[in-house]
Write a protein that binds this ligand. Structure first.
Ligand code: BES
Ligand code: MN
Ligand code: ZN
Length: 505
């Protein structure tokens, strides 16, 4: 989609105009009921005239999400988007409302003009503009590469029209450009997550990431295959790959900013990249196995954040590690009761081959610790239990460092993504200890499954490294309640939180 910025109405006519409208509540006074009046001082005379000309407009209250369609005197169409009480409008209000209008308009109009006055929040002009642009990028996503009839939207060009002074142009252009870099990276992640597992296996996935990363400035890529993983003694990771027809891959990307110096912070991002999770010998029942192509969403999420950070040329060094394999069954697949040795020497009794994400991540986070990052963040579709705890809508956060946890929560808040911290306590840690090996990969009871998964991974974090674990098993999947996410497929969430974190680190 093409987004243009204009400071004066363009000569070429637009098909659709999008305006906002607020309302104001007047308290009940003696003998009079409370009433709401419309607030639209940002409209031009001709819009107001057309609106009032429409007989039914007298019923319009501009409640949040309430729209009103009209034809302007010049013959162009217009949609008025109700935003309710102006003082309550947030960036998320804008994202959701713009996404809803986009969906209603994308099949009907070829181009549209968003009249920004009345959409941008006072004191947060660029941020709200960025949120609107982000919402457009996220809403216009479709996964139609396997459809014989493509879902190409009619609406391909959107103009942002503002009466702000031309001096804002640079900042506005920057906000739009930043949103498209993040938006484009979200699309890359969603495409990976939505791709079928017979097409996107670990070998193909690694190659595709390598190809994409080659287009980025100041980025280096290294891919470790099975022989290298053996050399690295990643016994846990390899045990998951044992039953696979495809070789495991560890993609190691590094972004070094142009002006790096000794004060430059170094952040490590680690992602679970299970291109499919059958459960292994501890086979998942059919219904639970469905959609397990999305078990690589953690890796796609951290890669997208890494990619956006590189496109934005952020002044932070980032190492990104993606652990790729599927969890399949053949005669070589790891059997429950197997004991394997992790990269850091700890022995692990694999009691359930379906608790495989932690085996891959344990070895990969340990590898990531070698470079002594200032913080290490992993993202993984790790546990079904996080859905029980936090629902489909909230990302679970675990950490050994409250400062890091707080920074992530702050980033989630400022990008309006839901994230909630959960504890790792000694009782959880103790439940991951085995009798015949140092550790086992599942707890004695299935309660608190997400925290126990996190407690397991913690065993492979080297002392002194600040670490946070994001369990995205709920949030990585489609978010039907968000109009800027598809009702089915990859959500593309958490990427904005991570980019915000990397921007502020
Ligand atoms: N990939 C799954 C987690 C998952 C489950 C994601 C449901 C999305 C929806 C993970 O590998 C897994 O199977 N975890 C097990 C762990 C258990 C065996 C301790 C789970 O959650 O059941
Ligand atoms: Mn599993
Ligand atoms: Zn899994």
């Amino acid at each position: 989609m093409k987004i243009n910025l204009a400071f004066a109405p363009t000569k070429s006519s637009t098909e659709l105009n999008i305006f906002s409208c607020f309302n104001k509540t007047h308290e009940a006074k003696k003998g009079k009921k409370a009433e709401k009046t419309l607030v639209h001082t940002h409209w031009t005379e001709d819009v107001l005239e057309s609106f009032e000309h429409a007989v039914a407009s007298k019923h319009y209250k501009a409640e949040l999400g309430e729209t009103f369609s009209l034809t302007l005197m010049n013959g162009q169409s217009a949609i008025v988007v109700g935003l309710g009480d102006k003082s309550k409008v947030t960036k998320e209000t804008l994202r959701r409302q713009i996404a809803t209008v986009y969906k209603a308009a994308s099949g009907k109009y070829e181009d549209a003009t968003i009249h920004l006055d009345g959409f941008l929040i006072k004191g947060e002009l660029e941020e709200s503009l960025g949120a609107i642009a982000e919402a457009l990028h996220m809403s216009s996503y479709v996964f139609d590469r396997h459809l014989s009839t493509k879902k190409t939207a009619k609406l391909q060009s959107i103009t942002f029209l503002t009466s702000e002074k031309k001096t804002s142009a640079k900042k506005f252009e920057e906000a739009i450009s930043e949103a498209s870099k993040v938006g484009e990276s979200i699309t890359v992640a969603r495409n990976f997550v939505n791709e079928a597992p017979n097409i996107l296996n670990s070998e193909v996935y690694a190659k595709e990431i390598e190809k994409d990363a080659k287009t980025l400035k100041n980025v280096k890529v290294k891919v470790l295959g099975v022989p290298e993983l053996k050399k690295e003694k990643m016994g846990m990771f390899l045990s998951v790959n044992a039953g696979s027809a495809h070789g495991a891959r560890l993609v190691h990307l590094t972004y070094t900013p142009s002006k790096a110096n000794s004060k430059t912070k170094h952040i490590a991002l680690v992602g679970k990249g299970l291109t499919f999770d059958t459960g292994g010998y501890s086979l998942k029942p059919g219904a639970s196995m469905m959609n397990m192509k999305f078990d690589m969403a953690g890796s796609a999420t951290v890669y997208a954040a890494f990619r956006a950070a590189a496109l934005l040329q952020l002044p932070v060094k980032i190492s990104c590690y993606l652990g790729m394999t599927d969890n399949a069954v053949n005669e070589k697949a790891t059997m429950p009761d197997s004991i394997v040795t992790a990269r850091n020497g700890k022995t692990v009794e694999i009691l359930n081959t379906d608790a495989e994400g932690r085996l891959v991540l344990g070895d990969v986070v340990n590898y990531a610790c070698d470079n002594k990052p200032d913080a290490l963040i992993d993202a993984a579709t790790l546990t079904g239990a996080i859905l029980v705890a936090l629902g489909n809508e909230v990302c679970g956060l675990f950490s050994n460092n409250q400062k890091l946890a707080d920074s992530l929560l702050k980033s989630a808040k400022s990008t309006n993504e839901y994230m909630w911290q959960l504890p790792i306590i000694d009782e959880h840690r103790n439940d991951m200890k085995a009798i015949v090996a140092d550790l086992k990969n599942i707890g004695g009871s299935s309660f608190g499954g997400s925290a126990k998964g996190a407690a397991f991974i913690e065993n492979f974090i080297e002392p002194g490294i600040a670490w946070a674990h994001l369990d995205i098993a709920g949030i990585g999947d489609s978010q039907g309640h968000l109009p800027y996410c598809s009702p089915k497929g990859a959500s593309g969430l958490v990427i904005r939180t991570l980019v915000n974190y990397l921007k502020n680190v």
